[in-house]
Write a protein of this length. Structure first.
Length: 392
């Protein structure tokens, strides 16, 4: 009996019935932000925050200049523009900062973390549009990575939490006068990177979610707050192979805070859905541009569903993925061109039109780009499939 090569048979089938049609091209989404303003910074701006520091109901900006050993403060004018920067010297290689009222005078202050010096410095608000550094040099330990603030012992005073390279998170309780107690170490099950706070189990105590990367356990570990400055460690939840940043977001509108992590080297993001029982379920990895660096979350379209914006550091763009309300996001993302090597982002209404804008620090150009939200509501198309990215 004569045998036929199976490859020849397959080719004959294609010739007879034709090749399957290619997937239908998805409609390209219009950009929802426009680059409206740029600000000069110091050398190598990275981490960026926004807050109303002078209580004039207008958002201001603060960015760390990692290469310039400083941070820059910009007073907002309320129309999407800002005053010229005021530069404050810091320790070596500042990498992170937070805004909080550390001395309980009603005005937001600044805490900034120095990577090379391995120190934290507190800059108190003078109420005159400037800041004054305290004389306390806080030393959290070896190789600090990230910094967050919250009231961990329910005394009304803001405390600090720092992720440390070698499997530790350090808790530093505040005294309420701008000064801090000695650090207390909590061991975690991996090398911590990004850190956020939230009441994830709704017990009225502040919890801490920590991204774990490196060569050991990877994912997210939650430190469940007990309300007295102490914490209970969760297991490690699957949350990306190398999570760099972590952001709070209610992806399914159930009133419980979920999480999204970014894995820079793997070009992927991961959603962790809160199960309301002190556990999280990781959904399938998805993409929102190459090399996702920092992630922010807000309802950019006004449809009641939270979306995400991601700084794609090597592509010089911000990508926006719109939430579908079920823990997933639209694909492809909406790309917005910015200047070279975007890093940290801050979101808020910078021009007073009631719409959310984005500011991003562009490291290689030594500037901040302001992306103003266009006056459009819900540009979302019909639900479309996510990009398939295989999870590990």
């Amino acid at each position: 009996m004569k045998r036929y090569n199976p490859i020849i048979l397959i080719l004959l089938v294609f010739v007879l019935i034709g090749c399957p049609p290619p997937p239908k091209a998805q409609k390209k989404m219009p950009r929802i932000f426009a680059l409206s303003n740029t600000l000069e910074t110091g050398l190598e701006p990275s981490f960026l925050i926004t807050d109303d520091f002078n209580r004039d109901d207008v958002l201001d900006l603060v960015v760390v200049n990692s290469g310039g050993h400083s941070f820059s403060f910009y007073k907002g004018k309320g129309d999407g523009t800002f005053n010229d920067q005021l530069v404050y010297n810091t320790g070596r290689d500042p990498i992170c900062l937070v805004a909080e009222d550390f001395n309980n005078d009603g005005y937001k202050d600044i805490a900034e973390l120095n990577y090379a010096d391995q120190t934290i410095q507190i800059f108190l608000n003078t109420r005159l549009g400037s800041f004054q550094k305290t004389n306390q040099l806080i030393k959290p330990g070896k190789i600090p990575i990230n910094l967050i603030s919250g009231d961990f012992n329910n005394d009304g005073n803001p405390d600090l939490a720092v992720t440390m390279r070698y499997f530790q998170v350090v808790i530093i309780l505040g005294k309420g006068n701008g000064f801090y107690k000695e650090p207390v170490v909590i061991n975690v099950n991996g090398q911590p990177t990004g850190i956020v706070i939230g009441d994830y189990n709704k017990d009225n105590n502040v919890d801490i979610a920590v991204g774990l990367a490196g060569s050991g356990n990877t994912g997210v570990q939650v430190l469940w707050g007990k309300g007295d400055g102490k914490f209970e460690n969760s297991k490690v939840f699957k949350g990306g192979k190398q999570p760099l940043t972590v952001v709070n977001i209610d992806v399914n509108n159930d009133g419980y805070m979920d999480l999204v992590t970014s894995s820079n080297s793997l070009h992927a993001l991961t959603t962790l859905v809160n199960n309301k029982d002190k556990t999280f379920t990781s959904l399938r990895d998805f993409a929102s541009g190459n090399f996702p660096k920092f992630v922010v979350a807000a309802d950019f379209t006004g449809d009641g569903l939270e979306d995400i914006a991601v700084s794609n550091s090597t592509d010089d763009q911000i990508s926006v993925s719109l939430g579908k309300g079920d823990g997933t996001f639209t694909y492809p993302p909406i790309y917005h061109r910015v200047d070279e090597h975007p890093q940290g982002m801050a979101i808020g209404d910078f021009n007073g039109d009631g719409l959310i804008d984005i500011a991003t620090a562009c490291r290689d150009k030594n500037m901040i780009d302001i992306l103003t939200k266009k006056n459009m509501i819900n540009p979302k198309p019909n639900p479309i499939a996510e990009q398939p990215i295989k999870t590990g």
